[in-house]
Design a protein around this ligand. Structure first.
Ligand SMILES: Cc1ncc(COP(=O)(O)O)c(C=O)c1O
Length: 454
């Protein structure tokens, strides 16, 4: 390698310059970049100098980046990288720990402490343990893998060793996130293996009587129920207390995908919309969403660590270690693992419960400002009452001769905001999801002004 440690000061100076250039441009740059072509450079036989590399990044890469780290990127459910987590993430690379086996670094204990603090933050019992993942999709995959191990155990089969061939299981859900369906496919159960339970009227939440009837009629030896907190479009929450009672009655595994919806617990507490989530067998959380840590960072929690471990552990002499606790490589997909708990630990320390709650509250209030304007506007219809951070709306066809997708294209082309489509009760709609710590009321007003010009 031609770069030495002596070059580190140069690298740090360049990093700080690139950081300021990017951050100072966040308000002004197009939220969705229009410069998407590959840089016109070819793979060099001999590496270029650091100075040339740094300049290339500044002139060719930075201009093509989106402002997804800023206050008006409202597509999908996108968090930003808060300043403390950004600093901690740089240190993660500097430290470059492999949080795999434990026994040689404090990093393992710190990941355990961070998981325990997340349980404390969300008022979940400390009987939950788990692991950091690359995101909610990977956490949902671990959920399916652990639930299928549970199903196998009920039938005297070790799925990790023998596979699913002889396991008989039925899966139920009302409005699973696409990543949940992807996970069913990845785990070999099949994307079409789940049976839909009807939703409550005008909502995406699960109808309890329909679930009870389905489980009662089910002949499969094992059952898995997948619930949502909250659904990605309607932000609807299932009734976890009622669902968990039914699951207990039928010995069914209950997984709750709470990727971003768990953060609502900081506002209304454990008797609010997430009431009863603590009875789940497993829960998915996503820190790169509403905790605003950098990608990629999700969490899988379960009260059945031995089942997760049985699913992920492989004995190999060269991997034998001296660790006392559970080795994280045996609780997830990757053997070698980034120290991705660290930016979360730093965020929890740096903001505290109060600071994190304030961010969530601010986003909910900002979404309410947008929803209230849309509700009064002649050009747009608010299609669902906004109760969290996602606003659903569509053009009023009598006043605006544009489809939802045409509106999105125009708005995104303005470079002032980035929105993504959705579907509400069979009709195409526009979704605005506000999850970034740096969103200001001025950002919301700016977007409202642009909506008004359509
Ligand atoms: C409810 C829910 N589950 C899972 C995911 C997938 O998350 P990720 O992209 O972090 O894998 C999302 C993303 O929006 C989500 O909203």
């Amino acid at each position: 390698m031609q770069y030495s440690l002596q070059a580190n000061q140069t690298i740090l100076d360049a990093l700080s310059r690139q950081f300021f250039i990017f951050h100072q441009s966040l308000q002004a740059r197009d939220v969705a970049s229009k410069k998407l072509a590959q840089p016109t450079v070819s793979f060099p036989e001999r590496g270029i100098s650091f100075k040339q590399l740094d300049q290339l990044i500044e002139t060719c890469i930075q201009p093509g980046l989106s402002a997804s780290n800023g206050g008006r990127y409202w597509g999908f459910v996108t968090g930003g990288a808060n300043p403390i987590a950004t600093y901690a993430d740089w240190l993660v690379t500097t430290f470059n720990q492999n949080v795999s086996k434990g026994g040689d670094s404090v990093a393992t204990a710190l990941e355990q402490q961070t998981l325990a603090w997340l349980c404390e933050l969300f008022e979940l019992p400390q009987t939950f343990g788990g692991t950091f993942t690359t995101g909610a999709t990977a956490a949902n995959l671990l959920a399916v893998i652990t639930a299928r191990q549970y199903a196998g155990k009920q039938q005297g089969i070790d799925v990790a060793k023998s596979g699913m061939k002889h396991v008989n299981v039925s899966i139920y859900s009302a409005t699973p996130h696409a990543s949940m369906i992807k996970s069913l496919g990845l785990a070999g159960l099949g994307q079409d293996s789940w049976q839909p339970i009807v939703c409550n009227n005008g909502e995406e939440s699960m109808n309890i009587a329909a679930l009870e009837a389905a489980l009662n009629a089910c002949n499969a030896s094992s059952k898995i129920v997948i619930a949502s907190a909250a659904t990605v479009t309607g932000t609807d929450y299932d009734d976890f207390t009622a669902i968990s009672k039914i699951c207990k009655r039928y010995n069914a595994w209950l997984h709750v995908d709470a990727a971003f919806g768990i953060f609502e617990r900081l506002i209304t507490g454990k008797d609010g919309k997430t009431r009863g989530i603590e009875y789940a067998d497993s829960i998915t959380l996503d820190c790169h969403k509403w905790l605003n840590v950098p990608y990629d960072c999700g969490v899988f929690l379960t009260r059945h660590i031995p089942l997760l471990q049985a699913s992920c552990e492989v004995a190999a002499p060269y991997l034998a270690g001296s660790e006392n606790g559970i080795p994280f490589m045996s609780l997830g997909i990757e053997n070698s693992r980034r120290f991705r708990a660290f930016p979360v630990w730093a965020t929890l320390m740096g903001y505290g419960r109060e600071g994190i709650r304030a961010n969530i509250k601010a986003n909910i209030e900002q979404a309410a400002i947008l929803a209230s304007w849309l509700d009064k506007s002649a050009k747009f219809d608010l299609v669902k009452r906004c109760e969290l951070n996602v606003v659903l709306f569509k053009p009023n066809s009598a006043k605006l001769n544009l489809s939802s997708n045409e509106c999105i294209a125009k708005l995104n082309a303005s470079g002032q905001v980035f929105l993504t489509p959705g579907n509400w009760q069979g009709q195409p709609i526009i979704r605005a999801a506000l999850s970034n710590w740096s969103i200001s009321v001025e950002d919301v007003e700016k977007v409202i002004a642009i909506l008004a010009t359509l």
